[in-house]
Design a protein around this ligand. Structure first.
Ligand SMILES: CC(=O)N[C@H]1[C@@H](OP(=O)(O)O)O[C@H](CO)[C@@H](O)[C@@H]1O
Ligand SMILES: [Mg+2]
Length: 542
């Protein structure tokens, strides 16, 4: 490791004095102007991680659903997962080091991780469509090359596509071919195999309207469309030709505002969905005959998927342990439905997909979704091998179910939640089951809920336990929340410091919207009073 050369190069990507950023739930994210040094240093870190794991490591330049002027970066570990927590700490240290300390921090990481520096390193890089992304990914490449790493720049990809590429490269091609074409072919083949089973009643071609948040999803869907267009027509909106990225559109906007995005025409009963800016989240929605908007979020997606998988397993007659993983933000109705009606075990983890992903890996089949639409299903290698064998061997009804399940396994992106892959899974299931979007929505009725944000001087004064559902500090806060919750019916409320914004999040649900709104407001006031609120006191929103 030629530290002299690294330091010289680093000076060309100088860190603004005093700027401290943390590798959070979603990597580094801030205004694109402050990220050049971070990109260079993450190039360095990716090389070290690659040497240590003797695997290809991914670097994705994106800020997902943030506004267009922001950007960000995250590293992708060998099996396509999020970076290991101990390396998140290295990332934060390296990113925060003042220029003269970079050398020392690098040396410390090398020593702590007992790196064999003679190992070769390979890094794959991709970026979203933000105007700042191209230049920033060049800075990543600069970091990779100055440490002697090899790289491949995929250019524009969705975040889950990069996760897929990393997984493919480290599985010796078992998972698929590490090219855009490989990705498109794997998913499309599975989708076409599934939809070919649907008996065509009439010649009505299925179609779905997709709000692409003016992001990379539009480009990549267009690139892929012709592979599966016989089974489904996708009508793209907010495809980036006019509007701004994530502005009044996209999955995050639709979920948090509970209203349709701008720029999409919705007719009553039409199936629509929204991707976020880097296409790793998806939510569905429709308008009913009275013009009312209905959101179908990650919880209902998880329910649709897990009930379909359970039915298939029943037909195949294999006992396989299937679990669903959610966070505290999952709607109480979804948890109740999964546990009580579907009899599926449900687990709750902390917020952030890496927590859900790891929990889901404990099952033969683990389905995980955040309420905001980020999720996928994971299949253990043993289950995948068994199902694919049964699919080939059996010729009866069981064989047919096994073939369906085998195609579904291929259709999921098991490296990360993926809007394109999830959309194709959902479209295939709806087609196979002959369900309309309204019928899907009617599986259960969401409990009315409200999310609010409270500004406090230091959000770390709130600590939590029980997968973030109980506040441990400040003292008295949880007891006070419990007293409020008791006043309402079917109510639940919790607070936690956000991992991506400088705020405390408040969540409340109850049997009516008015109660959910009132409870959320009352809990916000408690947080403001007991956890050092700053600025204006929370105001009632009802
Ligand atoms: C309530 C909520 O939606 N929280 C989001 C948000 O995390 P916070 O830690 O709540 O800021 O951003 C994460 C990264 O995108 C995402 O995984 C998570 O679901
Ligand atoms: Mg995203």
């Amino acid at each position: 490791m030629d530290l002299e050369a690294v330091c010289k190069r680093s000076a060309l990507h100088a860190k603004p004095q005093g700027l401290i950023l943390q590798y959070g739930t979603a990597g580094f994210r801030t205004n694109a102007q402050h990220l050049d040094h971070i990109m260079f240093r993450m190039g360095l870190l990716a090389v070290l991680r690659s040497k240590q794991t003797r695997s290809t490591i991914g670097v994705m330049v994106t800020a997902s659903h943030n506004p267009e002027e922001d950007n960000g970066v995250k590293l992708v570990d060998p099996l396509g997962e999020m970076l290991a927590p101990s390396w998140e700490e290295h990332a934060t240290c390296l990113a925060s080091a003042e220029e003269q300390d970079v050398r020392q921090v690098l040396a410390a990481i090398v020593e702590k991780e007992a790196e064999d520096l003679t190992q070769t390193a390979f890094v794959v890089i991709a970026r979203d469509t933000r105007p700042s992304s191209e230049k920033l990914s060049q800075s990543v490449i600069d970091g990779v090359t100055v440490l002697g790493g090899q790289f491949h720049d995929y250019g524009l990809l969705t975040t889950p596509q990069l996760h897929y590429m990393v997984y493919c490269r480290n599985s010796g091609g078992r998972y698929g071919q590490a090219t855009v074409e490989g990705y498109c072919q794997k998913l499309s083949k599975a989708f076409v195999d599934l939809t070919n089973q649907v008996s065509c009643s009439g010649d009505v071609k299925r179609s779905v309207k997709v709000d692409c948040a003016n992001g990379i999803g539009a480009l990549k869907l267009r690139e892929m469309e012709h592979y599966f267009s016989r089974g489904l027509s996708v009508l793209l909106f907010n495809d980036g030709t006019q509007g701004r990225l994530n502005h009044l559109c996209g999955a995050d906007f639709v979920k948090s505002q509970q209203k349709p995005p701008q720029g999409i025409e919705m007719k009553s009963g039409e199936r629509c969905c929204s991707f976020d800016g880097d296409a790793d989240r998806i939510v569905y929605y429709y308008c009913d005959a009275d013009g009312h908007f209905h959101l179908i979020d990650g919880d209902k997606i998880a329910t649709l998927i897990s009930s379909f998988l359970k039915e298939l397993l029943l037909e195949i007659g294999e006992s396989v342990n299937l679990g669903v993983v959610q966070t505290a933000y999952a709607n109480g109705s979804s948890t109740r439905y999964l546990e009580e009606v579907m009899k599926v075990p449900v687990y709750c983890t902390k917020t952030g997909v890496k927590h859900l992903h790891h929990k889901a890996q404990e099952f033969d089949i683990g389905v995980y979704f955040e309420a905001n639409g980020h999720g996928t299903a994971l299949f253990s290698e043993a289950v995948e091998v068994k199902i694919k064998r049964l699919a080939q061997e059996l010729d009866d009804g069981k064989g047919k179910a096994a073939r369906t399940l085998a195609s579904i396994i291929d259709l999921f992106n098991q490296a990360a939640g993926d809007a394109i892959s999830d959309m194709l899974v959902i479209e295939a299931i709806l087609a196979l089951k002959g369900l309309t979007v309204q019928q899907w929505d009617a599986i259960y009725v969401d409990l009315p809920n409200r999310q609010l944000k409270v500004k406090v001087a230091d959000r770390r004064v709130i600590s939590t336990t029980d997968a973030e559902r109980q506040a441990v500090t400040p003292p008295g806060l949880q007891e006070a929340i419990n007293d409020l919750v008791k006043k309402y019916t079917l109510a639940r409320a919790f607070v936690r410091p956000s991992g991506t914004e400088d705020i405390v999040r408040v969540y409340a649900e109850a049997n009516s919207q008015e109660s959910a709104d009132r409870l959320a407001y009352e809990v916000s006031l408690l947080v403001f009073q007991l956890a050092g609120g700053i600025g204006e006191r929370p105001q009632p929103t009802f």
